[in-house]
Design a protein around this ligand. Structure first.
Ligand SMILES: NC(=O)c1ccc[n+]([C@@H]2O[C@H](COP(=O)([O-])OP(=O)(O)OC[C@H]3O[C@@H](n4cnc5c(N)ncnc54)[C@H](OP(=O)(O)O)[C@@H]3O)[C@@H](O)[C@H]2O)c1
Length: 350
C-alpha cells in the first residue's frame, strides 16, 4: 500500500516520503480500514519537525492521526465492525495517511450518515475534543460566556459551534481579519484579531469588565497567560493544545498563587478513549512520562458521539471543511497549515 512516512525531521516537504508498505494486519480487538479521506492535524506539522514528544515513534513511521473509510477486516472480538463506514484514529495516533489503517475500536465511530467523507473526516477530533472540553470537563452551562482561541481552526470552529449550541455567549480570537466572518458564521458573538488587539482587554471590555466563565485554549504560551486575566471566580481554563509553540507543553505555566488568588480551575483535556482499569493507567504506560495517564472511557466516547449525532440531525452543528487536497499533496497541505492561513479542517482525499 502507499503511505506517507516521516523519514527524517524537517519541514513536511523534506520530512515526508511517499513509500510502498505491506498492508497492516489488525491485532485482536482492532479494525482495518480502507481509507477514503484523512485529516491534517496541526500536531502532525510538529511531528515532521520531531518536536512533538507526545507521539514520537522511531523513524520511519507513517504519519496521520485520523481518517474515514470502510472497515474491511477486524481482529478477534471486533468483527461486528466489518462493513461499516467509520471515522477512526490510527492506533497510537499514527498511520492514518495511508491506504489502509489499523484503528482501535475505542477510537472508532460510525461515520454520521448525513456527512460525506470529507465532512465526516472534519467531524471526529474537533467535535469530540470540543465536547469533552466544554461539557465533560468544563461543565458549561446555558447563559455562560466562553472564550475560544484559534476559533477559525479545525478544533476552534467546532468549539464555537458547540458553545453556541449550548446557549453560551461566545467570544473568539483569530489571527487575521479574513477569518472574522468565518467565525461569526460559526456562531461567535464577538471576534477579536489577537494579532492586532490586546485580546484580554477586548474580552474585558466586551463583558463589561466581568470576564468569561470558560476559556477553550488550543494555543497556550503567552495566550494562556493573558487568558487567565479574563476568568471569573469559578471560571474554567481548558488546556487543549499548544499551537503557539509545542515546547510550552513541557513548561510549568501557572503558579499556585495565580490559581489560589484567581479562584478558578485549570483543566486538562485529552481526547483518548480507552477502557482503563479502575484507578486509571499508571503514568509509565502513557506515550510520554506523566505522573498519571487518565484517558476517557469508551462509554464516554459513545455518549459524546450520540449527543453530537443529535446536534448534527438538529442542524445545530456542521463540520468545517476548509480545504481539500489529493493524497499526493499531503506535504503541501501541512505546510499551508503551518502558515497559519488555513481555516477549518484540511482534508486529504484519496
Ligand atoms: N488535547 C487533545 O487531545 C488534542 C487533540 C487534537 C488537537 N489538539 C490541539 O488542538 C489545537 C488545534 O488543532 P487543529 O488541528 O484544529 O489546528 P488549527 O486550529 O486548525 O490550526 C492551528 C491554529 O493555531 C493558531 N495559532 C496561534 N498561534 C500560532 C502560532 N504561533 N503558529 C501557528 N499557529 C498558531 C492559528 O490560528 P490563528 O492564526 O487564527 O491564531 C492556526 O491556524 C492544537 O493545539 C492541537 O494540538 C488537542
Amino acid at each position: 500500500m502507499r503511505a506517507w512516512q516521516v523519514v527524517r525531521n524537517g519541514k513536511p516537504s523534506e520530512a515526508l516520503e511517499l513509500v510502498e508498505l505491506p498492508k497492516p494486519e489488525p491485532a485482536p480487538g482492532q479494525v482495518l480500514v480502507e481509507t477514503r479521506a484523512s485529516v491534517c492535524n496541526f500536531n502532525e506539522v510538529d511531528g515532521c519537525y520531531g518536536r512533538y514528544l507526545t507521539i514520537a515513534p522511531p523513524l520511519p513511521y507513517t504519519l496521520g492521526m485520523e481518517c474515514v473509510g470502510d472497515v474491511v477486516a477486524a481482529g478477534a472480538g471486533a468483527e461486528s465492525w466489518i462493513g461499516k463506514r467509520v471515522t477512526t484514529s490510527g492506533a497510537g495516533g499514527i498511520g492514518a495517511h495511508a491506504e489502509w489503517v489499523v484503528g482501535d475500536p475505542g477510537m472508532t465511530f460510525e461515520a454520521p450518515p448525513q456527512l460525506d467523507d470529507a465532512e465526516a473526516a472534519a467531524f471526529f477530533y474537533p467535535f469530540h475534543l470540543a465536547h469533552l472540553g466544554l461539557h465533560e470537563r468544563g461543565r458549561l452551562r446555558e447563559g455562560e460566556t466562553v472564550l475560544v482561541h484559534a476559533a477559525a481552526g479545525g478544533v476552534g470552529s467546532a468549539a464555537v459551534q458547540l458553545a453556541a449550541a449550548a446557549g453560551a455567549r461566545v467570544l473568539a480570537t483569530v489571527g487575521s481579519d479574513e477569518k472574522i466572518p468565518i467565525v461569526e458564521r460559526s456562531g461567535a458573538d464577538v471576534v477579536i484579531n489577537y494579532r492586532t488587539a490586546n485580546f484580554d482587554e477586548a474580552v474585558l471590555e466586551a463583558t463589561g469588565g466581568r470576564g468569561v466563565d470558560v476559556c477553550f485554549d488550543g494555543v497556550g504560551g503567552e495566550v494562556m497567560q493573558r487568558s487567565l486575566r479574563c476568568l471569573v471566580a469559578g471560571g474554567r481554563h481548558l488546556v487543549v493544545g499548544f499551537a503557539s509553540g509545542i515546547e510550552a507543553e513541557e513548561v510549568p505555566a501557572v503558579s499556585g498563587r495565580v490559581l489560589c488568588f484567581g479562584n478558578f480551575d485549570l483543566i486538562g483535556v485529552i481526547l483518548t478513549y480507552i477502557d482503563a482499569p479502575p484507578g486509571g493507567i499508571p503514568g509509565e504506560y502513557a506515550p510520554v512520562p506523566v505522573p498519571r495517564f487518565n484517558p476517557c472511557s469508551t462509554e464516554t466516547g459513545r455518549k459524546v458521539q450520540a449527543h453530537l449525532q443529535e446536534l448534527l440531525e438538529a442542524g445545530s452543528i456542521r463540520p468545517n471543511v476548509g480545504a481539500r487536497f489529493d493524497f499526493e499533496s499531503l506535504p503541501e497541505a501541512l505546510e499551508l497549515m503551518e502558515t497559519r492561513t488555513t481555516t477549518g479542517r484540511v482534508i486529504i482525499e484519496r
